[in-house]
Structures are given as structure tokens and as C-alpha cells.
Design a binder for this molecule. Structure first.
Ligand code: THU
Length: 168
């Protein structure tokens, strides 16, 4: 038996003043999107803004439902919209943020596993890294250079039987 350590890396901006201009603009769009959340049950409003490789920005907010599992996270709302509008365009960057109605979120919001998996699919599809930037309402901002670093040892299409893969 041996132990294997999986390492990951991110850059930390101490505050939004340190963010490069394009990321700040994308953060503003994600913040705006968060205010459009339909968060009837959790009241936790999440916004995601994707910068596409054609310069377009596609944003999304979480959408909840009285049947809880029918709701969808902001990241997937944005990613599915982006892929529907521009199916052949890679994603360059995604900025994710959230609004906590109780008190301002002081740490960057962490995307759930399903959203990481969905973003990984688009990263693989285009063979193009998607930078992931996570922000709270204040405090530091985390910057991952690609989705793979956020989801080590990921399930991918290579695991699927040949029969399934050949239909892709
Ligand atoms: N949520 C997101 O939209 N993205 C995340 O990364 C984490 C959670 C949403 C789902 C649900 O509407 C609410 O936040 C509470 O979980």
C-alpha cells in the first residue's frame, strides 16, 4: 500500500482592488446576475458570469423550485445557456459569487461538485482551460487556472464503454 497526494493550486487576491480589469468586469456581471436569482427557499443568491472565447459574456443565477432537486445552481444555468447560445465557442473564464442575506459573505463561494463536473466537461470538450474565479461579498478572491485543478481525479468520458464514446 502506498499513499499518493493530489495537490492543487490557486492564486489568492487579497481584495477586488488587486483583480485585473477583465476579471473585475466579469465579477460585476456575476454580482448583477446574483441579484436576479430565484432563491425563494434558501435565500442564497448566486451569480456566475462566463467570458466566452468570442468575447461574449453569458451570466446566470440559481433557480430554485418547491420540488428542491428541480432547482439548478447559477454555474450550470450560465454554462448551459452559454453552450446553447454558442455551442462551438470555448469558455475562457467563469467568475462566481454569492449574496448571503444574513451577513456579507466574507469568503469566496465554493462551486458544488456537480457544477465542477459540468464545467470540466466543457473544458475537455474544447481542450481549452477555463479559469475559475471565486468571490464572496468581501475578502479574498480565489483564482484557479482551470477546472481540472478544482476537481482532481475526475470522472471523464474515457471511462465510458467504447460503444457510448463512439456516439459522441
Ligand atoms: N448554489 C449555487 O447556485 N451555486 C453554488 O456553487 C452553490 C449553491 C445554489 C443552489 C441553491 O439554490 C442555493 O445556492 C443553496 O444551496
Amino acid at each position: 500500500m502506498k499513499t499518493i497526494t493530489l495537490e492543487t493550486q490557486m492564486q489568492v487576491y487579497d481584495s477586488r482592488e488587486e483583480l485585473p480589469e477583465d476579471l473585475l468586469e466579469l465579477l460585476h456581471q456575476a454580482e448583477e446576475a446574483a441579484t436576479h436569482a430565484y432563491a425563494e427557499y434558501s435565500h442564497f443568491q448566486v451569480g456566475a458570469a462566463i467570458l466566452m472565447n468570442n468575447g461574449k459574456i453569458v451570466a446566470g443565477a440559481n433557480q430554485e423550485n418547491a420540488v428542491f432537486p428541480c432547482g439548478l445552481c447559477a454555474e450550470r444555468v450560465a454554462a448551459f445557456a452559454a453552450s446553447s447560445m454558442y455551442p462551438e465557442v470555448p469558455f475562457n473564464k467563469i467568475v462566481i459569487t454569492a449574496i448571503n442575506p444574513d451577513e456579507p459573505l466574507k469568503e469566496p463561494v465554493a462551486p458544488c461538485g456537480s457544477c465542477r463536473q459540468v464545467l470540466f466537461e466543457y473544458e475537455q470538450k474544447f481542450g481549452h482551460p477555463i479559469e475559475v474565479v471565486l468571490a464572496g461579498q468581501e475578502g479574498p478572491i480565489y483564482h484557479f487556472h482551470n477546472v481540472a485543478t478544482l476537481l482532481p481525479y475526475t470522472f471523464h468520458a474515457g471511462f465510458l464503454p467504447n460503444e457510448v464514446r463512439s456516439k459522441r
